[in-house]
Design a protein around this ligand. Sequence first.
Ligand code: GL2
Length: 716
Amino acid sequence: GGGETSVRVERMFGLMDRFLKSDPSSLQKDILDHVEYTVARSRFSFDDFEAYQALAHSVRDRLIERWHDTQIHFKKKDPKRIYFLSLEFLMGRSLSNSVINLGIRDQYADALKELGFEFEVLAEQEGDAALGNGGLARLSACQMDSLATMDYPAWGYGLRYQYGLFRQVILDGYQHEQPDYWLNFGNPWEIERVHVTYPVKFYGTVEDENFNGGKRKVWLPGEMVEAVAYDNPIPGHGTRNTITLRLWAAKPSDQIDMESFNTGDYINAVVNRQRAETISSVLYPDDRSYQGKELRLKQQYFFVSASLQDIIRRFKDSHSNFDDFPEKVALQLNDTHPSLAIAEVMRVLVDEEHLDWNRAWGIVCKIFSFTTHTVLPEGLEKVPVDLLESLLPRHLQIIYDINFDYIEELKKKIGLDYDRLSRMSIVEDGAVKSIRMANLAIVCSHTVNGVSRVHSELLKTRVFKDFYELWPHKFDYKTNGVTQRRWIVVSNPSLSALISKWLGTEAWIRDVDLLAGLQEQAANVDLHEEWRMVRKVNKMRLAEYIEAMSGIKVSVNAMFDVQIKRIHEYKRQLLNILGIIHRYDCIKNMEKSDRTKVVPRVCIIGGKAAPGYEIAKKIIKLCNAVAEKINNDPDVGDLLKLVFIPDYNVSVAELVIPGADLSQHISTAGHEASGTGNMKFLMNGCLLLATEDGSTVEIIEEIGEDNMEFERSRLK
Ligand code: GL2
């Protein structure tokens, strides 16, 4: 828990007076100063975007104060630190979230009003930080918010992609992908750390070298790239704790290609240097399909190597004995994407710190925990041995050595069951010999987490059955959660005010369990009425957005029936669309007099398809074709509409979820590891239409059967 390491203390050095003030006139002065000195516009003439920039910088100043205090505090206390390694973070926008967590949203709104600006309008100027694909990446973002709020000494590490997830544009009903130039207008939420840089090495050869009378391995790399840190302060709510999301960008290293400069091939030398930057240029847009691409592996190692150099440097600042490492460092692997970290820690301990192999292995086995986010065996990463050998020759040797020792141990435990040994091996001997990253992660981690109870059961009984039988104590689960700060307070301010009023406290913003207190008022008709009004306001906001995006006018008196998530066959958007076609047919075939009994419905679908996922892209086209037909049929009118919302992302979700009456989570049972959208809709008071899959099963238990209806086939 946080307790011991809490930074919920006032500034440590008696410098309270130095703190930036947050009364409206101080805020106004700060904003105007930033207009003049940061944005370099006249304080008498600046537009909404410039006002947003100045506002963001003024908030950032306040974040930095807390962030410094947090660093000083933890440096002094030296607690065990949590390092969350993830290749994806879907942070969305930062402005509203920051001022809400800092507790100064209203002060800013008042300050801006007097300057002639609306807070909400300026907040809309911010683009999304979309450095991830879907649920896994948004979960990382929610976790950062919770770690900060709960006073953990945590660090997030990831990659600062130059282009985030592609922008989805719909042309003639088809998805087209365009680059997301999210950094083109600057990013006030990050701080470039030009002095926090580390060299990252690739390729080359491994040689034997004489050492202390024996031999040791030396990696002679063939390419070197520089990792530069960009820090994103993450404020907790109701605490001064402000943690760091450190994202790495690739820059050419001064040490590369000196030869070409010296031999006069200046142009090629510059071109080669630019190549370095491609490592952090683009996020792979496929969630859960791994193609064994070299650039992807390079990204993984680049981020792992830089993060570990940083973590080890911090450890060495105050420790000299690596046996203490597990007391001070916890490394959380978010899926298999960062699992090269295991081989990298071994390499650093053995090759650079000269620990003997067994001592290093003992340390490695105590520091890693691994969360897997998938059910499908084909979703598990496999890295072709040839690729690894060329890019990271020393790591391949280390993985082989880990595997050798592990298989020897395994033989002692399970005997010579070769089928089982080959299933459990880290190395897969097939047409393409490859490394099974999940097996590597399981072997070395002290804990293997699932993301819901059902998921964990599937891991134990199917996906990782062999491992569960061997190490039952390693298997655990932590059902996913989402932060109410983002999904109610930021995205649904009216509902947030309503909840605080009826609970008589704002404490639920830190402690979500307190929402259960609303149960006492469940029958209160005044509450119902206010709730309905809140929903209406949110539906109006959504209807305006729909009209602006698609030109389709929808009635707010209709039921808004929503399915927003990545497009996947298993998520069954197709089933939803077939249901809509059926509904349309039924209405068409109805007697006019019966139509009055139909509840008017606006069906809303949104989501991106991986660019190479043909069937998913056809589902989008189908949706748009069906929409075209239904929406232009005057005979059906407001009884049925279908809208495909383009470019689904975090800020679109923030707009759509509060306006939904019904939401669909209809994955084929056994396929959705958890799902997190269901929780976001639910906490906004939305009905769920769902299959018993992933976390929905636990939602059912929480809400109780009184609050749900089973489909007939489930009733005996
Ligand atoms: C996912 C799972 O599919 C999803 O069910 C789960 O809620 C999230 C977070 O644990 O992880 N796995 C994955 O690769 N993506 C997910 O959303 N993209």
